[in-house]
Design a protein. Structure first.
Length: 481
């Protein structure tokens, strides 16, 4: 059984309790002030935007948002925590409960309950120098950078509802997609804006008692989450089967060896001596404000995925790809309302549109790419009015908005697919006459040369010729079957 604790750095302009910039990187200790360094007498002021983003995240997963919340001090000593305590939340988090729904690569669906989502401040970052692997052991000195200290950090704690490493990754992807869509966070694991710990315990089939859990830390990619959990499950099974016991502890994940190793035995909550932060007043929310936030929420990615698969009958893989680009939702729905088959329009989005966006460095289609023109265009492909070759030529002009009425354009330019034998025969004879070498090669059995000639005929006909008919007439003329 697997439960995950995820720390997500929020995308705010400034830190949680001061006006310092919330930005990744930069010269060490340049984005700091007396508040985030914990100087005596410096008073924290909560960042409203961070509270708002956390509540939005909770609302997206159906969490309950209590009217009252407060910040507590979590006391422990660590060199990258300048105050010797962290401002966090203990018994009154911003969000309680909720459910994260997710899908797996194979199309299976799952869900995992959330225990809570609370808000805290991030710590600084230590760098241990002089050791070969960057760890404290063997290092000669350590450096601390407090630029990250005080960055708003949202912690999502799940119930132990996940069963496999795949489900854990599916859950994390669901969190990531939702947070990116809501603008809550960049969710870049490599920059540390999403960090996660996994609690893993196993139990015998049919048993209802939970085994002792171990917590794994230091996983810095979805892939390492999967590998670490798989390795930890195998380790615990081996321990139990050889008559040993699993001890409750924190284990680090070592990417290079592919194993977890013991770090320290787990602290209990009372070790942190939590108490309400006397510098911060308790929070009280207007119900109307919460409702206003709720009303701004877009369709969650999972809901769109389910709609694409169940209603539009798209393959699960395509549905997952479409969800990654929220701007496509309006286009796809608009095209379907105009009578375009979802699958045909999805092909355009995942093919030409994705390629063009990529080339132009756009995160969404250009405004010149409209629902009416693109829908009409796909219909012309769907009903065979134009060949895929003609479509390829037309697409850039649909994209740029040059063609606003594709049907009219096809008529005007005479681009409609032609199945007129005599007309195509003329192009075929022409191409055969000017490509004697290729004809000779085909007679020797080289099929590739036939593809070349087919391309030439298509070109000569400006993409109008019905390719199946061209193929037939070419073979007939050359006498190769
Ligand atoms: Zn500061």
């Amino acid at each position: 059984m697997i439960g995950l604790e995820c720390h997500v750095e929020l995308k705010t302009a400034t830190k949680m309790f001061c006006g310092c910039k919330n930005e990744f990187g930069g010269e060490p200790n340049t984005k700091v002030c007396p508040v985030c360094l914990g100087f005596p007498g410096a008073l924290p002021v909560p960042n409203k935007k961070a509270i708002e983003l956390t509540i939005k995240a909770g609302l997206a997963f159906g969490s309950e948002i209590p009217r009252f919340s407060k910040f507590d001090r979590k006391n422990y000593f660590y060199p990258d925590m300048p105050k010797d305590y962290q401002i966090s939340q203990y018994d009154m988090p911003l969000c309680k409960g909720g459910v994260v729904e997710f899908w797996l690569e194979n199309g299976a669906r799952g869900e995992c309950r959330l225990t809570r989502i609370h808000l805290e401040e991030d710590t600084g970052k230590s760098t241990h120098a002089g050791s070969s692997d960057g760890r404290l052991a063997g290092s000669t000195y350590s450096l601390v950078d407090f630029n990250r200290a005080g960055v708003p950090l949202m912690e999502c704690v799940s119930e132990p509802d996940l069963r496999t490493a795949e489900e854990a990754v599916g859950y994390l992807e669901a969190l990531k997609r939702t947070f990116v869509q809501l603008g809550v966070s960049d969710v870049k694991m490599e920059e540390g804006s999403l960090r996660c710990d996994a609690n893993v315990s196993i139990r015998a089939t049919g048993s209802t008692t939970l085994g002792t859990k171990a917590e794994i830390k230091n996983m810095n990619s979805f892939k390492s989450v999967r590998l670490a959990i798989e390795s930890e499950i195998a380790r615990q099974i081996e321990l139990l089967e050889s008559g040993n016991r699993v001890t409750q502890e924190t284990r680090g994940w070592d990417e290079s060896s592919g194993t977890t190793h013991s770090q320290r035995s787990k602290e209990e909550a009372h070790d942190y001596r939590y108490f309400p932060d006397p510098d911060l007043v308790p929070l009280e929310f207007e119900a109307a404000w919460i409702e206003e936030l709720r009303s701004t929420l877009p369709d969650p990615p999972f809901k769109r995925y389910v709609r694409y698969v169940d209603q539009y009958e798209l393959p699960t893989k395509n549905a997952a790809q479409l969800v990654e680009n929220p701007a496509w939702e309006v286009l796809l729905d608009g095209a379907v309302r105009r009578g375009v088959k979802p699958k045909s329009y999805a092909n355009l989005l995942l093919g030409d549109v994705a390629k063009k966006q990529n080339e132009d460095g756009l995160s969404e289609p250009a405004a010149t790419f409209t629902i009416p023109a693109s829908s009409e265009f796909v219909k012309l492909i769907e009903n065979g009015t134009i060949t895929s070759k003609a479509a390829k030529e037309m697409f850039p002009r649909i994209w740029s908005g040059e063609i606003t009425d594709p049907a009219e354009y096809v008529k005007r330019e005479g681009l409609a697919q032609s199945s007129d034998r005599d007309e195509i025969k003329k192009f075929v004879d022409e191409v055969i006459a000017t490509n004697a070498d290729a004809v000779a090669e085909i007679r020797k059995g080289k099929e590739r040369a036939l593809q070349f000639l087919l391309g030439q005929v298509m070109k000569a006909s400006r993409g109008k010729a019905n390719p199946a008919l061209v193929n037939e007439l070419l073979r007939e003329a050359i006498g190769s079957g």
